[in-house]
Design a protein around this ligand. Structure first.
Ligand code: G3P
Length: 218
């Protein structure tokens, strides 16, 4: 299973990637806008430090403009993976990009039927928006499991990349269900690392160890 960090902030990347558990980075226009940088600048920054996949989302609205943008991203980083929205323009751009040596998939997915289209078009990935589905009153975990079943039953190669994850519970449930990848915000990633009972137990072990050595020294 691949684990990505969902950020456009290179500082957050450096902090979280210290554990080396993270395979790459996913970005979107909102995350890039928060950094007050151009998409091209963010891509160039990450290209210099990341060995693994860098996902870059188009901001254009028409299929032809999306394709131009995908080409530009590809020039900046030849293994950039292009995120296209699950809209008519996005699916149209995907169908054309399939003919080029550019890896592209579908993001902002809210339904299994959108995932079927992505699979039919041989998208490299589909990114169901788990948190936003739940916000919308949908049962996100159930829908993502349906997507996994559909892809399995029909042998689609498209990878399922669970995104918009707001907590470790949904993320681990979907990992258990067999998603190919998850992307976590730096704060959800932090919640993977820490548990108060782990901290308390490690502190206890340190204390016992130090006490034992103090006694041995006397
Ligand atoms: O990876 C998609 C993600 O960035 C969207 O997350 O929390 O804005 O729904 P959120």
């Amino acid at each position: 299973m691949k684990l990505y960090l969902d950020t456009a902030d290179i500082t957050a990347w450096h902090k979280c990637s210290l554990t080396s558990a993270i395979d790459g980075v996913t970005t979107n226009p909102a995350l890039v806008a928060e950094c007050n940088k151009s998409y091209e600048t963010v891509l160039s920054e990450f290209s210099g430090v990341i060995d693994g996949p860098i996902f870059a989302q188009v901001t254009a609205r028409t299929a032809s403009a999306m394709i131009e943008q995908a080409n530009r991203y590809h020039q900046i980083h030849s293994s950039a993976i292009i995120k296209l929205p699950a809209t008519e323009a996005g699916f149209t751009a995907l169908a054309e990009l399939r003919e080029k040596p550019i890896s592209a998939g579908i993001t902002v997915c809210f339904t299994a039927s959108q995932a079927i289209l992505a699979g039919k078009l041989d998208a490299s990935f589909i990114a169901p928006y788990v948190g936003r589905m739940n916000d919308n009153g949908q049962d996100a975990v159930h829908i993502v499991k349906q997507i996994l079943d559909i892809y399995d039953a029909h042998e689609f190669d498209t990878e399922v990349l669970a995104a918009s994850l707001r907590n470790a519970t949904d993320a681990t449930e979907l990992s258990a269900a067999g998603v190919d990848a998850i992307t976590l915000s730096p704060s959800v990633y932090e919640s993977y690392l820490h548990h108060p009972q782990t901290t308390a137990s490690v502190t206890e072990f340190h204390q016992i160890w130090e006490d034992a050595h103090d006694n041995a020294d006397q």
